[in-house]
Design a protein. Structure first.
Length: 231
């Protein structure tokens, strides 16, 4: 029987990589978005389902799925960063409620290493991403919501500073903080790890950090500009 995944946010930069990786493995994917371009994906194993994460009325999208992967992200325009919609917090509550009603148990969500205020990122980086503080705080609240959901087999994946580079599969995973001497996570590696957690039942009710040591040129302040863009 083919595993079926409900992927929330398939059109985002991380979500699209999760989608592509899942389809390459022969998995069936149902993508949940408010709307989607007609030519977004014509793969026979992809199915679009219209729904709003903040409305919460998407039980039908969970019909027949084996797990849920949420790869949602917020835009990084000034207005959104100043007053971000509760996509992670209310979104998590709505996902859990729908899962309970439809008896789906496995959930993978994307969080961030920086949702943990005690993360080991250098001071210059923490100062640079202060505009994202409200988003990271909301991700931390999402994790706290999940921690009290004993009936949900959740995993909150905490990538480092996301990087748009090719897949390596050579990332490190740790539970207490970013792996030593790492700061960045390739988006394709994060997508691969999320899918692995979903399929192999790894890190149930845990929030693992995932990162990879990159070249110095990619871990300096000028390189930050690349990822201060929308998810």
């Amino acid at each position: 029987m083919t595993t079926k995944i409900l992927l929330i946010g398939p059109t985002g930069r991380t979500g699209r990589l999760v989608l592509d990786a899942a389809l390459e493995r022969g998995l069936a994917v149902r993508g949940l978005e408010r709307e989607i371009d007609d030519d977004f994906c014509d793969h026979e194993n992809f199915e679009f389902c219209s729904g709003d994460l903040l409305e919460g009325d998407f039980d039908s999208a969970m019909d027949g799925v084996d797990c849920v992967i949420s790869a949602v992200g917020l835009e990084r325009d000034p207005q959104t960063l100043l007053d971000p919609p509760p996509l992670y917090t209310e979104g998590a509550v709505n996902i859990v409620r729908a899962m309970r009603r439809t008896q789906v148990r496995r959930l993978i969500v994307i969080s961030a290493a920086f949702a943990n205020p005690h993360n080991s990122a250098p001071r210059w980086f923490k100062a640079s991403v202060l505009p994202l503080e409200r988003v990271f705080r909301q991700m931390g609240e999402m994790e706290r919501i999940l921690r009290v959901c004993d009936d949900i087999e959740w995993t909150a994946v905490r990538p480092g500073w996301l990087l748009n580079r090719g897949f390596t599969g050579e990332y490190s995973v740790a539970l207490d903080n970013l792996p030593p001497k790492t700061l960045r996570t390739r988006r394709a590696d994060a997508a691969h790890f999320m899918l692995e957690c979903a399929l192999a039942g790894r890190h149930v009710r845990e929030a693992p950090f995932i990162a990879r040591r990159e070249s110095l040129a990619l871990e300096t302040p000028p390189a930050l500009i690349e990822e201060l863009l929308p998810f």
